[in-house]
Design a protein around this ligand. Structure first.
Ligand code: ARG
Length: 269
């Protein structure tokens, strides 16, 4: 898992609109610093043995660096995201890349934040709703990609995507999550899931601590969350902490910048 990732670049990354509470058009990313920050993230993916695919960003798409929202991919199928109007122009670029790379591409019939609101965890899909994803998408994802959906509702726009509130560390074994970001039934569902749960405080989660990428051996995450990093190291994971200062101005972190291409297919009986 997370050994094959689709990334873009930060060449056109700007804050042209405010569609999450972290974005302020008055606070623009430093262009050179943002490019470097993104290049470092990708360099670490490569250094730890992850395969990288690349879609160049387009000038009219200031959020295209956040490829996670483009789709959810499993096996040879991809369900495209259906983002807010400000980000619709990104979709044809990702759609074209997916088709050119032989994926069967399905359009989402309802609002859907792609992998931002859909965390694969083996055959389970931790699926967000209530912010950018319409709950009716859950049945579509179950039907089209064969997942068993665990619905999780975040409580406010601060957690506009589930990947700010929950992180899959080892599918079936270890999850990290911020209890305060989820409503009570969702917390209950997670606590009944039978996995080791690492609790993350609001302070670290709001620094994009949970927006991490784990391949089960190495976790790449922001450098702003020392407590979570320590909890992961205690579990014998190798942790690489990366600066995400510029990406944070767009409301994103490490995981937002990569779309997972190798979510495993169901084990055959
Ligand atoms: N500015 C982007 C947006 O609000 C950030 C997306 C970050 N992606 C994520 N998976 N959380 O859409």
């Amino acid at each position: 898992m997370n050994k094959a990732l689709l990334v873009s670049d930060a060449a056109h990354f700007r804050v042209d609109y405010e569609i999450n509470p972290y974005m302020h058009t008055a606070v623009q990313p430093d262009h050179a610093a943002a490019l470097l920050e993104h290049e470092r993230i990708v360099a670490v993916h490569r250094a730890v043995g992850r395969h990288i695919e690349y879609v160049p960003s387009a000038p009219e798409c200031p959020d295209m660096v956040f490829t996670a929202n483009a789709a959810l991919v499993r096996g040879g199928r991809a369900v495209l995201g259906a983002p807010p109007p400000e980000r619709k122009a990104e979709l044809p670029y990702f759609q074209e890349w997916l088709i050119d790379n032989d994926y069967e591409v399905l359009e989402a019939p309802y609002p859907f934040s792609g992998q931002g609101d859909a965390l694969a965890c083996g055959d389970l899909l931790l699926a967000g709703y209530g912010q950018r994803t319409d709950r009716r998408m859950h049945a579509v994802l179950a039907q089209e990609l064969g997942y068993e959906v665990v619905p999780l509702r975040t409580v406010s726009p601060q957690w506009y995507d589930l990947d700010l509130a929950v992180g899959v560390v080892e599918p079936g074994r270890v999850l990290a999550y911020c209890p305060d970001a989820l409503d009570q039934p969702s917390r209950h569902r997670l606590r009944g899931i039978g996995m080791d749960l690492i609790e993350v405080c609001v302070e670290e989660a709001a620094c994009f601590a949970l927006n991490l990428i784990s391949d089960g051996t190495t976790v790449t995450m922001t450098s702003g969350a020392p407590r979570l990093a320590a909890a992961l190291r205690e579990r014998d994971l190798r942790v690489v902490e990366l600066d995400t200062t510029e990406l944070a101005k767009g409301g994103g972190g490490v995981r937002c910048t990569a779309l997972t291409l190798d979510n495993p297919l169901p084990a055959r009986s």
